[in-house]
Design a protein. Structure first.
Length: 441
């Protein structure tokens, strides 16, 4: 009987988490968003890279904006039933948005690459109103935040088997462009954005009481997922997402010192080292992948340009262009047309600070950056003032947002729609989560 009782307890705990913990209690908007989060990565696998005559290609590019618009629409048609607050953002945030929006619209007529610039600008407008709508929803159902974060992890469980199968099917395909094409991602660094987000969530989730009280089976599954994400990050050969995830996990644990932080830090470090060693044995398609590419770039201290994979040349040229358009910038998504080192390929300068200044100048870029900085400062200060009252879920969401932002200092993590989508979810959860809410989901 004790064996059956332990098995029953294990299955109950596992079911409580995997079943999305009372999913039916979510409002319609919450249910839609949870399901969207779970299936987005898998749908992307089947829509990119495009095949000749593939009609699904447009789906890949509009998917995130379409989902954000649908969520906003559902919020609006159910507003009166659930009493979602619309004017809940501080006036200073709305002021910053209006200044940014005025500059973004002002730049459109003068953009060299007008079509691409309009698309990117529109995406950022949609991102902002998605944040407003999601924050409104979480004001009413704040505990839904943990389901949204857990849905990101569940999306990986659904996504990885399909990704691996398609990756295996294309591995020996002649002429396949491994630098600019992966199942579900425009290039391997975009895969890193997703893996970095997953790694950060998993690494910090070891702090949760749910994990600490879970069964051996569930504990093993979490460790396995964390290990797999680290192995894939090292296999990809990139550094930005790996360093950002490690820095986000380490800095939050060391600075805020939640209960059990030392043990969790050591566990994360051990899994990371084991994953790095394991990745040595994985086959790599070309020189842009692999742990040795990762280590070689890390140790190239003789040349800052080599260490940064040429980003310093990119940044210097972008800054010079910005100086010529210091107040209003040149518009979003214009880098490939005005910066020679972009080689007609890169639409953003691989640095969120330069990206904002180049696109919208001092007048529009500073409000954009200030909005991001304010979130980190206010929530970080709240964690710091009351370390004994830190609720782990907003800390995990804070870590996800921090990891994405750190990665955006050397890449396009706050430019591409999918990582921005995850960033907005993390920020909204961090800002609105209330562990004492009477709504128990």
């Amino acid at each position: 009987m004790p064996v059956f009782k332990r098995l029953e307890t294990t299955m109950t705990s596992f079911h409580d988490i995997v079943s999305l913990a009372r999913f039916q209690q979510l409002h319609l908007a919450g249910r839609f968003l949870v399901l969207a989060i779970i299936f987005i990565p898998t749908i992307r696998v089947f829509t990119y890279p495009p095949l000749t005559g593939n009609l699904l290609e447009p789906v890949f590019y509009i998917m995130i904006s379409f989902i954000e618009i649908l969520f906003i629409f559902i919020m609006l048609i159910t507003k009166w039933r659930h009493g979602y607050p619309i004017n809940h953002l501080p006036a200073i945030l709305w002021t910053g948005f209006l200044i940014w929006a005025a500059v973004a619209l002002f730049n459109i007529p003068n953009m060299p690459l007008k079509a691409g610039g309009i698309i990117v600008t529109t995406q950022f407008f949609i991102h902002f109103f998605f944040f407003v709508a999601l924050s409104s929803y979480l004001k009413t159902q704040p505990q839904a935040g943990r389901l949204l974060i857990f849905s990101i992890l569940l999306s990986a469980v659904v996504f990885l088997p399909f990704f691996w199968l398609k990756l295996y099917g294309t591995y020996d395909a002649p002429g396949f462009d491994w630098i600019w094409s992966l199942p579900g991602f425009e290039n391997v660094r975009h895969l890193d954005y997703f893996l970095g987000s997953l790694t950060t969530i998993l690494g910090l989730s070891l702090l949760t009481k749910k994990f600490q009280k879970s069964s051996t089976l569930l504990t093993s599954l979490v460790f396995l997922m964390l290990f797999i994400c680290w192995v894939m990050l090292f296999w990809s050969g990139g550094r930005g997402s790996s360093i950002a995830a490690a820095a986000a996990i380490g800095s939050l644990l060391i600075f805020f010192k939640p209960a059990g932080w030392k043990r969790i830090l050591l566990v994360n470090f051990f899994i990371m080292i084991l994953a790095a060693a394991t990745s040595i044995f994985l086959p790599v398609p070309n020189g842009s992948y692999g742990i040795f590419r990762f280590l070689t770039k890390i140790t190239e201290v003789d040349s800052i340009a080599a260490f940064s994979a040429g980003r310093t040349f990119f940044w210097v040229e972008a800054i010079n262009i910005w100086k010529e358009n210091i107040w209003f910038g040149i518009g979003a998504g214009q880098t490939k047309t005005v910066i020679q080192s972009a080689s007609g390929t890169f639409a953003q300068p691989h640095n969120i600070l330069i990206q904002a200044m180049l696109a919208w100048g001092l007048i529009g870029g500073l409000p954009f950056l200030a909005g991001i900085l304010t979130i980190f400062w206010t929530r970080g200060w709240a964690f710091y003032r009351t370390p004994d009252q830190i609720s782990i879920m907003p800390l995990i969401a804070y870590g996800l947002a921090l990891s994405t932002t750190l990665n955006a200092l050397v890449d396009g993590a706050l430019y591409s729609p999918f990582p921005v989508f995850l960033f907005i979810i993390a920020v909204a959860v961090t800002r609105n989560y209330n562990h004492k809410s009477i709504i128990r989901l």
